[in-house]
Design a protein around this ligand. Structure first.
Ligand code: SF4
Length: 189
């Protein structure tokens, strides 16, 4: 049982407040997960003018299983509504659209870290390092609220490395506290 709970509503994709960024920014290759090749920054042909997927209810049948398991951890609505203030890429100048697509993967990485840190902070076994986890959580949250320029210039691998070190320590603590070795702790190892 966790000794505290945290609101994760901002760490789940809210497609209704996103301009279909994952369907544009990310590349994919024809495979068991995707029926076609698509370059990064190019809109998927299934994406409608309303930023909705035209085959949403038939993704698996149409060969887009990869889309059914993808999660942006809430980065889509953050970039759409916060970083770029609700201005969509279709009606914005080309440079604005390009910057949106550059920034989306950065924020997606940060939001994934926020998810893991939120999980780690709530673990009872993490109590000895909870202050450090909270600082990492706050710092990562601050980074997600940066300007497009700040986000584009961010050294994501360096920040991720710092956070990963903390998550590994959390995992060790959780495993030590868990009577069944190897049991899933909810924190990546
Ligand atoms: S198939 Fe639909 S969900 Fe998948 S990338 Fe294309 S528009 Fe997005």
């Amino acid at each position: 049982m966790r000794d505290e709970t945290m609101d994760r509503s901002d760490l789940r994709g809210d497609c209704g407040n996103c301009f279909g960024l994952c369907c544009v920014a990310l590349p994919f290759a024809r495979s068991a997960d995707f029926a076609i090749d698509k370059d990064a920054g190019k809109p998927c042909p299934n994406l409608g003018e309303d930023h909705r997927c035209g085959i949403h209810t038939r993704l698996r049948q149409k060969g887009f299983t990869g889309c059914t398991v993808y999660d942006c951890f809430g980065a889509g609505q953050k970039v759409s509504q916060v970083t770029f203030g609700g201005r969509d890429w279709r009606t914005a100048p080309r440079d604005h659209a390009r910057r949106m697509m550059d920034v989306f993967p950065v924020v997606r990485h940060l939001h994934e870290l926020l998810w893991y840190l939120t999980e780690a902070v709530a673990l009872p076994a993490a109590r000895p390092i909870r202050p450090e986890l909270r600082r990492a959580l706050e710092r990562t949250g601050e980074l997600t609220r940066g300007t497009p320029e700040q986000l584009a210039a961010l050294d994501v691998p360096a920040h991720r490395e710092d956070v990963n070190a903390l998550l590994l320590r959390t995992s060790e603590l959780a495993r030590a506290a868990c009577p069944a070795a190897g049991r899933n702790t909810g924190v990546p190892t």
